[in-house]
Ligand binder design. Structure first.
Ligand SMILES: [Zn+2]
Length: 155
């Protein structure tokens, strides 16, 4: 089922009440929180519907993801698809990696789906796990997959 009124530009603007919202692409600056601090983030080309009359920009999932991508690039964080790809390349299931990193499985799922941006510290932990065999050994993760500890708390 389609909703033509929602699809066809120009849209009505909820801010100024004019029918002036059309696709736009332009540099965009936003203040975003990362690791508990506000940062000014520049998105080089934000593609988003914008009101030509008042400048109102309509944000949805795709627009949020463009901002999140800019935040990840700014802080050098792994993109969601790379977290998933590198985990799968190691042959580790999501529940197993979450347990080894001592993070909630839901949290890891949200990092991999892009719903949540990992902290810089968590990003370093993921990179250590992915890049350094000794780190994986320390965490009990073998190249062939996960080596399950015989007893909880063994280190
Ligand atoms: Zn407007």
């Amino acid at each position: 089922m389609t909703l033509p009124a929602m699809k066809e530009f120009p849209w009505w603007c909820g801010d100024c009440g004019r029918q002036e919202i059309r696709p736009a692409s332009e540099p965009y600056r936003i203040e975003a929180r990362h690791d508990g601090e506000l940062h000014v983030i520049d998105v080089p080309e934000l593609r988003a519907p914008k009101c030509a009359a008042c400048g109102n920009i309509v944000f949805g999932r795709e627009e949020d993801e463009q901002v999140n991508t800019a935040i990840r690039e700014r802080f050098g964080l792994l993109p969601p698809e790379e977290i998933r790809r590198r985990r799968e390349a190691l042959g580790i299931g999501r529940p197993d990696l979450a347990a080894r990193l001592d993070v909630d499985e839901e949290t890891l799922l949200r990092w991999e789906s892009g719903a949540l941006i990992q902290s810089t510290a968590s990003d370093r932990l993921l990179r250590l796990c992915f890049d350094v065999p000794e780190a994986r050994a320390y965490l009990g993760i073998t190249e062939a997959g996960l080596r399950r500890a015989d007893s909880a708390g063994a280190a």
